[in-house]
Design a protein around this ligand. Sequence first.
Ligand SMILES: [Ca+2]
Length: 318
Amino acid sequence: MKNNQQRIAWWASLIALLTVLAGAGCGPSQTVEERAEDAGTTPKTVVAQPPEEIPEGMVYVPGGVTHIGAEDGLPSEQPVFEAEVASFFMDEHSVTVAQFRAFVEATGFVTEAEGFGNAGLIDLDTQQWILVDGASWQYPLGPEGPLVPDDHPVTQVSWNDAVAYAAWAGKRLPTEVEWEHAARGARDDRRPYAWGDSLAEEGAYKANTWQGTFPLRNTVEDGYLYTSPVGAFGETPLGLTDMGGNVWEWTQNWFRPYADRNEPFSPTAQSEKVQRGGSFLCEPGWCHGYRVSARSHSTPETSLFHVGFRCVKDVAEG
Ligand SMILES: [Ca+2]
């Protein structure tokens, strides 16, 4: 467990990160190929037949070759590199509050935020990131805020909490390469978003993000100031939802420049884990984090009100 000084240092790094970032379902009856055709994309890899049994609540993500990153992205998204990914199953949506509650009730698990006695959110009046006493996965805005609905993504969970849940569920966190491969439809789709080209079509939003000017004014045109129910936005050709906006999602990886990805690495107390997908706080002039290639990062004990996770599962051989 980290001391308060380290946590404060982390807040400073997050604010710096956000500053840097500035400027920058289909139904189960459809096949992967049919969904791709509907989406106007062409498979670039040979799509294997899905296994006969797909775990409940998960989507089969065929393996293949994906180019990770974006030539027109932020420095952290470059250089683009080619990755070969094995097939896997992925949760259709972020882990919900109800799913996390089942884990807590079965195991008696106490989250790191509950252990610290506080967790992080941004004060929209002062525009400052703050640690709020009593904020937790059930009350992500703090004890004075509402109880979060069961069908919203769980937040205020650390990377360590997410790993514990995944192990209990017989799953694991995705690597960030797996996450991006899935967001690109398992076919190296180069469109900017997991669902397509545009954030909104004919006034209908594809993701829960921030409309207006962050952090001064949110017009809430997508209907949600904070989290939204999972599955409400952005269904992808593979049948995934919430792959952009709503909450950032923890991945397995330490945050490192792509150029150094094959170099030896020894994490320190300041090392951070990668998050993907963007959140309800993302406004393109500040943080265009709901793009497929966007990356964020926090130390593994950090809990925030706009960060959750989803799990993956290996496809059994044979
Ligand atoms: Ca919103």
